[in-house]
Design a binder for this molecule. Sequence first.
Ligand code: CP
Length: 295
Amino acid sequence: MKHLIKIEDLTVKDINKIYDIAYAFEKGERKTDYSNKSICNMFFENSTRTKLSFEMAQTKINVKKFNFEAKVSSINKGENMYDTINNLSAIGMDAFVIRHTDDNLIEELSKEQYFKDVSFINAGSGKNAHPSQALLDFYTIKSHFKDFYNKTIVITGDITHSRVAKSNIALLKKFNMNIRCLAPNELTGEKIEGVQYYTSLKEAFDGADIVMALRIQKERFENETIDIKKYIENYQITKENLPKNAILMHPGPVNKDVEIEACLYDAPNSVILKQARNGVFVRMAILDIILGGIL
Ligand code: CP
């Protein structure tokens, strides 16, 4: 595993290995020292969890980290991404953690012959992929349900614009989980084989073990429109409609009282903050595997 670009590139064995290494980090059973390696974090889109979680992971595995400040970089003088990466590689970076608005740029960089000696880690690419999020979501699910294979997950919210939904569906399909998507037609996006689609919350939530809520990403809307009042009426997850034994997940940030009733954020069956915590161990594992050439 030289890069982490998208879930589709990983096998079930790879995903289980990432889980096992992350688990060893969580239990304090694994220590690493990558003080001879340097990583550059390049965030061209806003981030709280992913950025700081990668930084925390880098600190914990003892790798040298550098934050590229896009707004004050020479990208603003017209330097392109290829020349930027080329120069940063020459300076001594071994790997790049990148979040970008472009769906394909990170993958294209990873295939560039020029950059054959460095690694790329996708920290969120446009509407396309967020593999480290899906891996931490999987870690959270597997840690909660020892036998998760036959569980039913409902992914609900703005599925059209969600890289989290796409990466999670790609991952959970590999484990043959029952995947349901719930959204009004305008937020359903392109239908994916093997997923059941619902427009009725009551039907989708019937027998669900996991509910994963997604934020409505107004900043990514092009020609779409959504009546938020109507969305809340028909799709908001509330104390009343959340299935009793289901866990509630959300990648964050949460629009409280839009996709979920505010009181659910830290309710006993919410694992939202566990997801944030688990993100550190999973990102430690991803970096360990890539820097250490483990897979
Ligand atoms: N889940 C997630 O990607 O959050 P941030 O945008 O804050 O990184």
